[in-house]
Structures are given as structure tokens and as C-alpha cells.
Design a protein around this ligand. Structure first.
Ligand SMILES: [Zn+2]
Length: 116
């Protein structure tokens, strides 16, 4: 059982939440000026890193509020949760906590999401 700490309600079971995909995806300011390919890139394509990932969550069976989380996709560990109005945390805040699923160092583990 994974617990998620809703910034409004506190710690609850993951089953109360819904993942909303990648966070901080900015909608184009002038969608009419985009080509179909560019619009398709915005609508359908998201990053899928192994490692640090910024994502949106909603407390579906609770307060129904959206928030952001930083999760290490290689270990399924939530590293930080913050409100939409809060500053996006820098990736450097989490680099010391990164480990591959087998516990090996990040360098050489095939983790391309983390730049040196
Ligand atoms: Zn909540």
C-alpha cells in the first residue's frame, strides 16, 4: 500500500487518488498558429523518464483538489508533494536520493533522466 500525503487532507491511501500525468506542460499561447504535427506533439506526447518525474495528482475520493508530486519512477517513491501555487522544486534537490531499483549508483544504471 502506497500512502500519498495530500497537501490539503494529509496522508491517505493511493486508491483515493488519480494520476493526471506529467506536470508543468504549458499550453501553447496561440494554438491556431501551430501545425497539426506541433499540436499533436503538445496533446499526445509526454516525457517518460526513468528517474525523477514531475506529475499531477488529484484527490479524487477526498478534497478533489489537484497538486503536484515529484516521483522517482525507478523506485515508485514520491519524493515531494507541493501545491499548484508552490514553486517547482529543482531536480538537484533530489539527486542525492536517487538509486536504481537494485540500489546501484545512478551513473551507469542507464538512467538518462538525470544529467550530470
Ligand atoms: Zn485531499
Amino acid at each position: 500500500m502506497i500512502l500519498i500525503n495530500c497537501p490539503y487532507c494529509g496522508e491517505r491511501e493511493q486508491s483515493e487518488f488519480t494520476n493526471g500525468g506529467e506536470a508543468h506542460v504549458v499550453r501553447p499561447k496561440d494554438p491556431d498558429s501551430l501545425s497539426d504535427k506541433e499540436w499533436g506533439q503538445y496533446v499526445f506526447f509526454r516525457s517518460n523518464p526513468k528517474g525523477i518525474f514531475y506529475e499531477r495528482w488529484v484527490h479524487t475520493h477526498g478534497c478533489k483538489k489537484w497538486f503536484n508530486a515529484v516521483r522517482d519512477t525507478s523506485t515508485d517513491t514520491i519524493l515531494k508533494i507541493y501545491k499548484l501555487s508552490d514553486r517547482r522544486p529543482e531536480i538537484s534537490e533530489f539527486q542525492t536520493t536517487l538509486k536504481s531499483p537494485s540500489g546501484e549508483p545512478i551513473v551507469g544504471s542507464g538512467n538518462f533522466a538525470v544529467k550530470k
